[in-house]
Every structure is written in structure tokens, then in C-alpha cells.
Design a protein around this ligand. Structure first.
Ligand SMILES: NC(=O)c1ccc[n+]([C@@H]2O[C@H](COP(=O)([O-])OP(=O)(O)OC[C@H]3O[C@@H](n4cnc5c(N)ncnc54)[C@H](OP(=O)(O)O)[C@@H]3O)[C@@H](O)[C@H]2O)c1
Length: 325
């Protein structure tokens, strides 16, 4: 358990579930880098402190830590190929984790919970750009229906806790996240960390880079450190129960091919790259609108994509031995 060294005796005790993951570690980094306040005590937990699929362990964690605020990140997470294989596990584990965390938060009188949805849970057949009002407007893409429906139920529960008990439980909706401490597994992870790992190996072994799919799908990527700053803002300032999309603008959407080119350039890979079109592309696009975010924070500056990619590639190379892969 990483325990922020702020006392917070009279102040806030902020519990971050999923604290050892990509997003949790980014929030921890920003808190220790100066975003934390003296009256806040930040507590980052992983599955080692409690298996949140287990109601008794979740309750015991809340009994012990007595949080006043919760950022709920813990989830079974994976890329396209892991989702396609394990839809049932994604559904069951995530529904259990979310129900245990939200109900423990309610029973312990937590003032505010910020949970995490994802733009990949939106309806497959939709108009673009997608916005916060469209989450439940139709079935999700078939590749990840287990994860998607489980995540959508967080929004249902948030509204129900508010209606029945007046709780301020809300959720953010990030686009694809990447950054240091990601899961760089090439089969089970998300597209960018998988590609970073592949480019690293292709460069080391002098082999061609093989990109799964056609390279044409388009995505909005958010750097984990930018997302972390936005999470802290949501915890402190955003008081709606309705969720909010946290994303770069529609104009910043890139194709998988363009993203791969950015990585190739950041890692100075000089070899050939080919597309394995026998592999699935997943959803072609899921362009999200960040206009709600922009209404609240018109001046928020996102890290330029190429700079964020370079920082992530440098982190991966420097931490190759210990990185999740
Ligand atoms: N990555 C993305 O592109 C993306 C995009 C949109 C939304 N999100 C959402 O953002 C949140 C964080 O994602 P991430 O990418 O940071 O995930 P991650 O790196 O895979 O980390 C997952 C975290 O959840 C914890 N966890 C998993 N199962 C658990 C269990 N049974 N009990 C307790 N803790 C458990 C893990 O703990 P251990 O380290 O102990 O296993 C880890 O801290 C998730 O809710 C995810 O759905 C992610």
C-alpha cells in the first residue's frame, strides 16, 4: 500500500483503488509531484490489500481505512484480444468489484466517489462524436460486451445511489490511456503499449515490425499524467452525478498507423513495418466529444501526443526488466 505522507487528520482521506495500475500510478505521481494538498491523505491500494471481488475483504478495507473520498480505478482491464477471449470474466469480475466498492462507500458515508468508465463501452452503432448522453443508447461492440455492460452499470448505480440516498457518486469516461507503468504485454495489453514493446523487440532483433490489423482504425489517446491531473480536478471540483468524458479533442484523433509511426520515430526504429490483416481491427472509431470538459476547463493543456509517446517509450526502455509485459 502506498500511503501519501500527508496527515489529513481533520481533512480528506482519499482512497484510490487500482492504485498500482497505469492510471493509479499516474495519479500517485502527480500527488507526490505537488498536486496533493496538506489536508489530504492519499492512500493507493492494489489487489494485495484486498481482493475487491470479495465483499467481506472490501468492507474490511473500508473499515480499516475510513476513506472520506474514493477514486475507484480497480478493474479487470485488457486490450481487444483479451476482451474477445474472456467476456464472461470481464463481466463477472467487474460487476462484483464495482458493486462491492460502491456499496462499501455508501455504507461508510463516503462523501464522493469518482469511478472510471471508458469510451469503448459506448454503442457500436452510433452517430459521432459520441457524448455523455449516449452511453446506454444501444449494444456495445461485440468484442468487449462483457466489460462494456459491467462499466455501464456503474452509471446506473451512481444514479440509483443519488436518487435513493443523495450520494455524490460520479464517473469519468477516458479515451484510450497510455503512459509509464502500463501493461506492455503484446497479446493482452492495449494497442499503444503493445506496439511500443513490439518496436523495441524489432529494433533489438533486427526484425520487421508486425502491426495487427489494417492500421486504419482511429483513436483518441490520453496521456496518463494528463488524465491524472483531470481526475484530481474532478474529485475536487466536478459535482455532477452525470459522467464526464476526459479526452483530447476530436481533431487529435490518430489512426493506428499514425500512432505506430510516432513510436517508430520516438524509438528510432529503421526497419520495415507490415500489417497482419488477418487480425481483427476492433471498432473502427469511437470519436468522443470533449466539449463538456472544455466548458469547465477551456484552458486545460494536454501534453502533445509525440512528446507523451517519447516519454512513455523512454520509460519503457529504462524500466524494461521490471515493466509489466
Ligand atoms: N487503460 C486504458 O486505456 C483505460 C481506458 C479507459 C478507462 N480505463 C479504466 O481506468 C481504470 C484503470 O485502468 P488501468 O489501465 O490503470 O488498469 P491496470 O493498469 O490494468 O490496473 C488495474 C488495477 O486494478 C487492480 N485490480 C484488478 N483486479 C482487482 C481486484 N480483484 N481487487 C483489487 N484490485 C484489483 C489492479 O491491482 P493489481 O496490480 O494488484 O493487480 C491494478 O491496480 C479501470 O477502471 C479501467 O477500466 C482504462
Amino acid at each position: 500500500m502506498a500511503d501519501g505522507d500527508r496527515t489529513g487528520a481533520e481533512g480528506q482521506r482519499i482512497l484510490v483503488t487500482g492504485g498500482s495500475g497505469l492510471v493509479g500510478r499516474a495519479i500517485e505521481h502527480m500527488v507526490t509531484a505537488g498536486e496533493g494538498r496538506p489536508d489530504e491523505k492519499w492512500i493507493f491500494v492494489s489487489s494485495r490489500e484486498a481482493d475487491l471481488t470479495d465483499a467481506a475483504q472490501t468492507k474490511a478495507l473500508f473499515d480499516r481505512l475510513q476513506p472520506t473520498h474514493v477514486i475507484h480505478l480497480a478493474a479487470m482491464v485488457g486490450g481487444l484480444f483479451r476482451n474477445m477471449k474472456y467476456n464472461l470474466d470481464f463481466w463477472r469480475k467487474n460487476v462484483a468489484i464495482n458493486d462491492n466498492v460502491l456499496h462499501s462507500a455508501f455504507e461508510h458515508g463516503v462523501t464522493k466517489v469518482v469511478s472510471c468508465l471508458s469510451t469503448c463501452i459506448f454503442p457500436d452503432k452510433t452517430t459521432y462524436p459520441i457524448d455523455e448522453t449516449m452511453i446506454h443508447n444501444g449494444p456495445p461492440h461485440s468484442s468487449n460486451f462483457g466489460y462494456s455492460y459491467a462499466k455501464r452499470m456503474i452509471d446506473v448505480q451512481n444514479k440509483a445511489y443519488h436518487q435513493q440516498h443523495g450520494c455524490t457518486f460520479t464517473a469519468v469516461i477516458p479515451t484510450n490511456v497510455f503512459g509509464p507503468n502500463d501493461n506492455f504485454n503484446m497479446e493482452d495489453g492495449h494497442v499503444l503499449p503493445g506496439l511500443i514493446h513490439k518496436v523495441h523487440l524489432a529494433k533489438k532483433n533486427n526484425t520487421p515490425l508486425v502491426i495487427w490489423g489494417t492500421g486504419t482504425p482511429r483513436r483518441q489517446f490520453i496521456y496518463s499524467l494528463d488524465l491524472a491531473r483531470l481526475f484530481i480536478w474532478v474529485l475536487r471540483e466536478y459535482n455532477e452525478v452525470e459522467p464526464i468524458i476526459l479526452s483530447v479533442g476530436e481533431e487529435d484523433e490518430v489512426s493506428i498507423k499514425e500512432a505506430a509511426e510516432s513510436i517508430v520515430s520516438a524509438m528510432d526504429f529503421k526497419g520495415k513495418f507490415v500489417f497482419d490483416t488477418s487480425k481483427s481491427d476492433g471498432q473502427f472509431k469511437k470519436t468522443a466529444s470533449n466539449s463538456k470538459l472544455r466548458k469547465y476547463l477551456p484552458d486545460f493543456k494536454f501534453t502533445p501526443f509525440s512528446q507523451a509517446i517519447e516519454e512513455t517509450c523512454n520509460w519503457f526502455v529504462a524500466n524494461y526488466e521490471s515493466a509489466r509485459k
